[in-house]
Design a binder for this molecule. Sequence first.
Ligand SMILES: Cc1cc2nc3c(=O)[nH]c(=O)nc-3n(C[C@H](O)[C@H](O)[C@H](O)COP(=O)(O)O)c2cc1C
Length: 385
Amino acid sequence: MTHTTTPSPLLEPARLGALDLPNRLVMAPLTRNRADADGVPGPLMATYYAQRATAGLIIAEATTPNAVGRTYPGTPAIHTAAQIAGWRRVTDAVRAAGGRMFLQLQHGGRVGHPDTSGLTPLAPSPVPLPETIHTPGGRRPAVVPRAMTADDVRATVTDFARAARSAVEAGFAGVEVHAANGHLLHQFIARGTNLRTDAYGGTVEGRVRFPVEVVRAVAEAIGPGRVGVRVSPGATFNGIEESASDEVYPALVAALARIGPVYLHHEFADPDRPPFRTLRAAWPGTLIANPALGAGAPPPDGGRAAGEALLQAGADLVSLGRAFLANPDLVERLRLGAPLNALRERHMMYVGGATGYTDYPTLAPARAGAVRGEGPVAGPGTTRH
Ligand SMILES: Cc1cc2nc3c(=O)[nH]c(=O)nc-3n(C[C@H](O)[C@H](O)[C@H](O)COP(=O)(O)O)c2cc1C
């Protein structure tokens, strides 16, 4: 029998804190806007994540720890009993399918709108998002956020810690604190959005103070072994401005290392560029690297070659986003060297329902057998859209 499985270091098992991962592939957090108007995850979300349970680890999409931190319509939250119960159904489904799951905790900061949350967004400084923002009524100009007071800072730190406890109660193995992509924690880190003159702004130490306080409170709430942190050095999403020579990430990583979260998740990782090398050298724990695949459609291998290069350069785990979105059985496809489904871009965000969400096909059993060289192709096989 011909066997065409393709060995890859991505498919080797790994350990993450108390978790045994069957492979080194992590499903990156992906906002898909399928929660209800109250931020409650429903059965469709349980199906979607359970379909992807063969990932070494799933990091569930950005989920807000309080009402004011909500970004867009249809994003989930975890600060009410109904939201916790909704997430419990999701984690039960993933566990039943053999998977492991963290929850990403995200406060949008200035990336939010009163038409969505009913509240004026909070941010380090009253600097509006320089873009329109998606609301239930369509795209609207961003509003000027209210600068957080010392009380707001304390309350927000408490909300993150409470949300982390709720995530564990909902069955997650841990949480990922979102300090990337121009959301609240990143707004404190970056110069362009943090004009504060108090202890939470100005110097590098000041700008990392709030993210570090959030991570410390979350780690104290559920234990550092259940906490990851996501950063995106150099990213310009959501109007973020960071200078290339900024010392802020080495300082942030050094402060985080003293708290000891179980992983650091580096978005847009390039093994040949300084952020990756600097972070790898500075971070003593597990490093999850999300390859910088460039603008435009992901490569036909979904990021496999880029991921393998990152492991070679010292990453421990590799996260992929769009490849998991379009391929519920991504791990099996990579193992077999099978072709990947094409991404249906227009279904990624701001649309509800199953289309482009839970209807991406897996390899039909007969087709999988054929890829393995065990028999003829029969049935629908791999569909491209
Ligand atoms: C539809 C979509 C939603 C996303 N939502 C999130 C999110 O909720 N949190 C986050 O940190 N990153 C988010 N990202 C970024 C992804 O996690 C990932 O870093 C990015 O897609 C690059 O990885 P890829 O090239 O493998 O897709 C999102 C990306 C896409 C395409």
